[in-house]
Design a protein around this ligand. Structure first.
Ligand code: FES
Length: 208
């Protein structure tokens, strides 16, 4: 049991619910944070003293709580919270989205809307190297489909997939703005133009 006070209407009551994060004011239904966070503002995952607060939390819930608590359980910080996961893990697992929704007290559909709207977020593991093959009209007529086929064969994956060792992610894009160099492939920001089926392997090898 914990005594809570509503910041909105001032009502005070003894909370006996099960949530470790939020309670709803019985009078005005305002969302009230349960103030038992013990946060070390190091800003680094896994270095925060959550021992007391996270007694009832396990695994992903603990990791999510580490981040969400740094942002004061503020639902307006949803994008920044998701960016923190993206930056630290390279992608955001669905379990994390669901836990963020729970701990922030925002609907899961909204969390998904944000996570799928911005290109900065990836909901699947991403390889260390991102290979983007231009499939714009100009590159296409200059042989891009054959280059893509060769890359898929070399990596053993289809466009949109990541190799099991998380080394490469293969994607297609529409026009990279350098049509005269077609067919063009970009690897981690490096532009490779005038590619041929023969030299594709050399490009991939230079990132292994
Ligand atoms: S079509 Fe490939 S760079 Fe423009």
């Amino acid at each position: 049991m914990v005594e809570l006070g509503c910041h909105h209407c001032g009502y005070r009551w003894n909370y006996r619910g099960e949530s470790a994060f939020y309670a709803t004011c019985p009078r005005c239904h305002y969302k009230v944070r349960i103030p038992n966070q013990k946060v070390d503002q190091t800003g680094e995952l896994g270095k925060i003293g959550l021992e007391e607060h996270s007694k009832n939390l396990t695994g992903i819930a603990k990791i999510v709580n580490t981040v969400v608590s740094q942002f004061g359980y503020d639902e307006n910080m949803l994008i920044q919270i998701l960016l923190t996961f993206q930056k630290n893990f390279g992608w955001i697992p669905r379990e994390v989205l669901s836990e963020v929704s729970k701990q922030l007290g925002v609907p899961l559909t909204r969390v998904y809307q944000v996570a799928t709207f911005y290109k900065a977020f990836s909901l699947a593991p991403v390889g260390k190297h991102k290979i983007r093959v231009c499939m714009g009209t100009s590159c296409k007529v200059r042989g891009a489909p054959v280059i893509l086929e060769r890359l898929e064969g070399l990596l053993g994956i289809k466009a949109g997939e990541t190799t099991p060792d998380l080394r490469f992610t293969l994607e297609t894009v529409n026009c990279l703005g350098c049509c005269a160099l077609g067919p063009v492939v970009v690897v981690d920001g490096d532009y490779w133009g005038n590619l041929t089926v023969r030299n594709v392997e050399k490009v991939v090898r230079s990132y292994r």
